[in-house]
Design a protein around this ligand. Structure first.
Ligand code: XUL
Length: 523
């Protein structure tokens, strides 16, 4: 019998699907639709709606509903083996929230296959747009909730993270403060992940511990709603939230809508969805402590699995639940590849020229240091943007190109120290991971081998693997995670870069100087 599992990924810009053959250890089908191109009637740019206030970033949840129909139709037309899918799970962009009225639960429970999903679900929203993770308009609410919880350290210790503008709790508080009637009309608040799961299952889905931790509403130790955080956010919130669930929870069968419309296996099970970062932990195979991913995209992120919960008392990093039942850590930098691009442009270089410049200087850059805060930074917390140089001539192209890369890597080493997990294997992903000059500095600063791994599909793949794991567990054969991910999450062959012992010694010293310079600048 072929055992196939479907993983969906509802990201900011697209909805994707991956079907895996679990026993053959391979992906048998994949597809993706881009919201702007496929559903232009919603008027999104990069999946988001423009707002006169640039801090406000929302998306239309009805677009995600329609996307699900379009995606399943595409799968059916492509002949994807939907009739053999045993279970479905998914991944959603984290933090985004969907506001449902008192018609939602019933409408989800009786999806009419004679109508499309939009017709079925058009009237279920108490708020027509959803604030997403790119929204940074809730500074006031962050301050209010943080104060009620006892400050940065106390907030991080209770909820896993300090309050962040993009997190769901501050967003809910802003909705309650600015649109109290809309808040009153809201019967259920879902995350993007739990909303999509609710459509597939035909009932309001729980929120898993992974995505639940990105709300500033969950007690990170007990993995239960945190009464004090709920109280600090909005009145009556408990009754509007679904229950929390283990990340392998089976919600139930699939809604008959998908069976009748698209030929999905009527016996397929729906598992709770999770956030894209928790799903990527599985999609990248980061199941052992010490296995870390560094994603070098527009922003840079550093994340990995953590067995015992430790939080960042300075409130710069986040702790979420991991799909394994452990925890995961995440630090996210705003000044990622765009910061490198700024230095590159200042010296009128292309990327090849930038790399040559980086390699033209020795490890440690003769002591030259740069703090790359072109934009306000999350890690460390920097509200006033500014680029600061120490023993560095701003006109020296080679020294500045090397300095920005060394700065980003040294910052990751310093600001991941709270995790108390020395990386033993780093998987580099994202656009800039093609750059071996950057990866060598990463290996030398972290004193750890670095391999490249293809990340674009990691969230959808992680979701499919979670579906397989949850389904097997539900059928009495819970496999170890090492067995679940084996053969799926492999790095690009021959991509390993080893640390150079003499460079490692240089960085061991320079990191201290960088840290002192950083602290002095922040004072
Ligand atoms: C994580 C975060 C982003 C979104 C992107 O905290 O905000 O990575 O999950 O989809």
């Amino acid at each position: 019998m072929t055992r196939l599992f479907l993983g969906l990924d509802s990201s900011t810009q697209s909805l994707s699907a991956i079907v895996i053959d679990y026993d053959a250890r391979r992906i048998v089908y994949e597809t993706s639709i881009n919201f702007d191109k496929t559903l232009p009637q919603y008027g999104t740019r990069n999946g988001t709606l423009r707002s006169p206030d640039t801090l406000v970033v929302h998306s239309p949840p009805l677009m995600w509903v329609e996307a699900l129909d379009v995606l399943f139709r595409q799968m059916k037309n492509d002949g994807a083996p939907l009739d053999k899918v045993m279970a479905i799970s998914g991944s959603g962009q984290q933090h985004g929230s969907v506001y449902l009225n008192d018609r939602a639960a019933a409408a989800l429970g009786r999806l009419d296959p004679a109508k499309d999903l939009v017709e079925n679900l058009r009237d279920i929203f108490s708020r027509s747009t959803s604030p997403i993770w790119m929204d940074s308009s809730t500074s006031a609410e962050c301050a209010e909730i943080r104060e009620a919880l006892g400050g940065i350290k106390a907030t991080a210790q209770q909820t896993g993270s300090d309050t962040f503008e993009r997190f769901t709790g501050p967003q809910i508080r802003k909705f309650f403060k600015t649109q109290p009637k809309g808040y009153d009309r809201t019967e259920n608040i879902a995350l993007v992940s739990s909303f999509m799961a609710s459509i597939l299952a035909g009932r309001i889905s729980p929120i898993d511990h992974g995505d639940g931790a990105g709300m500033n509403l969950m007690d990170i130790q007990k993995k239960a709603w945190h009464p004090r955080a709920l109280g600090a956010t909005a009145p009556g919130l408990q009754s509007k939230l679904p229950p929390l669930a283990e990340p392998w929870k089976v919600i139930g069968g699939v809604s008959p809508y998908f069976v009748k419309q698209f030929g999905l296996n009527p016996d397929a099970q729906t598992l709770v969805w999770s956030g894209d970062n928790p799903c990527s932990v599985i999609g990248l195979g980061l199941i052992a402590e010490g296995n870390v991913a560094i994603s070098l995209g527009t922003s840079y992120t550093y994340f990995g699995c953590m067995k015992r919960c430790r939080v960042d008392d300075r409130g710069e990093g986040s702790v979420f639940g991991a799909p394994t039942g452990d925890y995961m850590t995440l630090i996210c930098y705003k000044n990622g590849s765009l910061a490198c691009e700024k230095i590159r442009d200042q010296h009128a270089l292309d990327w090849e020229g930038f790399n040559q410049m980086v390699e033209s200087r020795p490890p440690g850059n003769n002591g030259g240091i740069l703090l790359p805060w072109f934009e306000a930074e999350i890690v460390p917390r920097v509200n006033q943007p500014g680029v600061h140089r120490f023993d560095l001539d701003p006109k020296d192209a080679g020294a500045n190109c090397r300095a920005i890369v060394e700065a980003q890597m040294m910052s990751m080493r310093i600001h991941s120290a709270w995790m108390k997990i020395k990386p033993t294997r780093i998987y580099a992903t994202g656009g800039a991971s093609a750059n071996t000059a950057i990866l060598q500095i990463m290996a030398d600063v972290m004193d750890c081998p670095v391999s490249r791994i293809e990340v674009s599909k990691s969230a959808a793949l992680g979701a499919a693997l979670r579906a397989a794991h949850g389904w097997l567990a539900d059928n009495g054969h819970k496999p170890p995670w090492s067995e679940v991910v084996a053969g799926f999450a492999d790095p690009i062959p021959n991509s390993e870069i080893k640390p150079d012992a003499s460079a490692v010694r240089v960085y061991d010293k320079l990191v201290e100087k960088y840290s002192q310079f950083e602290q002095a600048t922040l004072r």
